[in-house]
Design a protein around this ligand. Structure first.
Ligand code: SF4
Ligand code: SF4
Length: 278
């Protein structure tokens, strides 16, 4: 079975997507899954438009108020506070519902049924060498994890899969990292970069996924990230220089490894190092 490698970062704007796309393009027989369902942008590096593949829905409860006894068990159960009993009224806040289905199971009088609540779509694109999947969460929907779970199902065991994780350390990032073989944490060599990196490291250690660090825009800050990695015994997989040519390519939607082919070795080396430690 081929590796599943997730590229993550403690905050947005670190160049995580650039690294995920270029890493995928530097590996033979790879595929790319963009799990940043609130703002996917891996597709900007491909010429062909994305094509809709499927809708994603979650089960939302429907309450039969004639049967409901206002016992409050569903409200007590719902950890997202989507249900409240106020006086003689049951209130349902659909925007808080995560579609777990628990309230339906817990209701003692079968007053709850379910309907599909559409939360987004999955699209497919890429090119003849690299297939790309991404998800789009509907505007206003609070919870993209069900789409991420569906996206992960598109990973093909015969290919190395690169996942572009949502930024941060909340549920969507955790869901993206879970079950992967390796996590590449992308950061910048600045005090803010170091702060966000330490949060990501705590989360990835908690999940138990082996991980290493890539420093992006090397040269803009100081060496505290490198010192931290050394102290913490974290592999430093690569340093991508703060190169104006890379920024120009990004602004035109051209992958680094296409615009400056010499960088292909750097990205291929990241993959080589990951394979050595797994
Ligand atoms: S389905 Fe889950 S999240 Fe939604 S209201 Fe019921 S218990 Fe709460
Ligand atoms: S658990 Fe069932 S009966 Fe009790 S308040 Fe909820 S819907 Fe009504």
């Amino acid at each position: 079975m081929k590796l599943k490698i997730v590229v993550a970062s403690g905050k947005g704007g670190t160049g995580k997507t650039t690294i995920a796309v270029n890493l995928a393009m530097s590996i033979e027989n790879a595929m790319l899954i963009d799990c940043d369902v609130e703002g996917p942008n891996s597709h900007i590096f491909f010429k062909e438009p994305m094509v809709k593949l499927k809708d994603v829905s979650i089960p939302a409860p429907v309450f039969d108020l004639d049967t409901c006894t206002l016992c409050g068990k569903c409200a007590d159960f719902c950890q997202y506070n989507a249900i409240s009993i106020i006086g003689e009224k049951l209130l349902f806040f659909e925007e808080l519902c995560h579609g777990c289905g628990g309230c339906k199971i817990i209701c003692p009088v079968d007053a709850i049924t379910e309907r599909d609540h559409h939360i987004g779509i999955i699209e497919k694109g890429g090119n003849e060498k690299l297939v790309l999947y991404h998800g789009l969460l509907n505007i206003g929907e609070p919870f993209g994890v069900p789409i991420i779970r569906k996206l992960k199902g598109f990973a093909d065991d015969s290919k190395t899969t690169i996942f572009d994780s949502p930024p941060g350390t909340a549920c969507p990032a955790v869901e993206s990292i879970r079950d992967s073989d390796y996590c590449v944490l992308v950061t910048e060599p600045t005090p803010f970069g170091l702060h966000d990196l330490t949060l990501s490291v705590d989360v990835v250690r908690e999940i138990g996924t082996p991980f290493g660090v890539v420093i992006n825009r090397d040269g803009i800050g100081d060496d505290r990230v490198e010192k931290y990695c050394k102290e913490q015994n974290i592999p430093l997989l690569a340093k991508i220089p703060n190169d104006i040519k890379i920024a120009r390519l990004y602004s035109k939607g051209i992958p680094i490894v296409e615009g400056i082919p010499e960088y292909k070795t750097l990205f291929a080396d990241i993959y080589k190092r990951i394979k050595e430690v797994i």
